[in-house]
Design a protein around this ligand. Structure first.
Ligand code: SAM
Length: 348
């Protein structure tokens, strides 16, 4: 038997009540998939996303519309956990190359390490920590001035970000009210709330997520906004602001919309999406393909209108007539796929 390393730090598993870990940081087995592959499979089989991972959505459908081929160049604007990127890299090998972008410094480093460990070297995979609003500049940086053959933008946040309470995206467990995809830039949701006005909060709730109780929530939160430091502070304040006659499901929906609206604001998601849509035609070669996965109406509307305008102007030769949706099987296996809409276009 091998002797244990006397210098190795003895680590106890995280303590938790009961037989199963509930909190993200207690799920030490899910967070170490290489060591506990069966447990991770078991979590997936129950239709859940293992802690610290993201299950890629509509992969076959994205591959069908982007049709990456050996030797092609592509961009994954939202690298995330690298699920789509991995599929692209397999299709474009041996001579193709993929540029992966993401704003999240922590997850990007982990994902790059995972993809490199699969054998994707520096000529096959380029990784840039940048906002996709700077797609043109990122292409210039890797010398792809004549554009690429395919582009994917799988919008919003990843499961790793939502599930980690320290990132402050969710309202089920407590954590700092942050919500920045890049925590080193911009202002946190708590700071934004502290500085904003009731009118501005109402506008954000309406414009970003069509919250029907926007005015009521904005007014009720007015003198409490500067004290809302954690996700549960905000969730409790919103619950208290909603009409008492609401069913629990309606309360959950309002909470989801309030959190979504703030996340969109803090990360300036609509403005950066519009910037990407504006520069996309000049980043894609003739015959190149683009695809978007959107998760709510504000995103989907912007993508739909930009692609339709490009079709009228002759920028795109073909734009999808219908959105692609996850099959019932995929929704069962990964409920987070349910709201996803796939839109695509082919460059003239
Ligand atoms: C839905 S996940 C992508 C998942 C990925 N397709 C996969 O297979 O794992 C979205 C990712 O995009 C990143 N992101 C969101 N907005 C971005 C932006 N404007 N620029 C660059 N990355 C962005 C997030 O940090 C997150 O990692």
């Amino acid at each position: 038997m091998a002797e244990s390393d006397p210098n190795a730090e003895h680590r106890r598993r995280p303590r938790y009540r009961g037989t199963h870990p509930r909190r993200f940081e207690q799920k030490y087995k899910e967070l170490a998939p290489d060591k506990y592959p069966e447990l991770v499979e078991h979590v997936r089989a129950r239709g859940m996303t293992p802690a610290g991972q993201h299950v890629p959505i509509l992969v076959d459908e994205v591959l069908a519309v982007l049709a990456p081929k050996p030797g092609e160049r592509g961009v994954d604007c939202t690298l995330g956990f690298g699920g789509h990127a991995r599929a692209f890299l397999e299709r474009i090998a041996p001579d193709g190359a993929l540029l992966g972008l993401d704003v999240d410094p922590d997850e990007l480093a982990k994902t790059e390490a995972r993809l490199r460990a699969l054998g994707h070297g520096p000529t096959a995979l380029f990784v840039e920590r940048t906002n996709f609003a700077g797609l043109g500049a990122a292409l210039g940086k890797v010398g792809w001035h004549d554009g690429v053959d395919f582009v994917l933008a799988d919008l919003g946040v990843s499961s790793m970000q939502i599930d980690d309470p320290w990132r402050g995206f969710g309202f089920k467990v407590d954590g700092p009210l942050d919500m920045r995809m890049n925590p080193t830039k911009g202002v946190s949701a708590a700071d934004w709330l502290a500085r904003t006005s009731a009118e501005e909060l109402e506008r954000v709730l309406v414009e970003n997520s069509d919250e029907p109780h926007a005015q009521r929530i904005a007014l009720a939160l007015d003198d409490r906004r500067p004290t809302l430091a954690t996700t549960l502070d905000l969730a409790d304040a919103v619950r208290g602001a909603l009409p008492s006659r609401l069913e629990p499901d309606d309360v959950q929906q309002s909470l989801r919309r309030v959190f979504q609206a703030l996340r969109i604001e803090v990360n300036d998601e609509f403005r950066v999406l519009e910037a990407l849509l504006r520069q996309l035609p000049s980043c894609v070669r003739a015959g190149g393909r683009v695809a978007f996965l959107t998760f709510h109406s504000g995103e989907d509307r912007r993508v739909k209108h930009a692609l339709a305008a490009g079709l009228r102007d002759g920028v795109w030769a073909h734009v999808c007539a219908e959105v692609g949706r996850a099959s019932s099987e995929e929704r069962r296996a990964n409920p987070r796929a349910a709201p996803a809409k796939l839109r695509w276009a082919r460059r003239a």
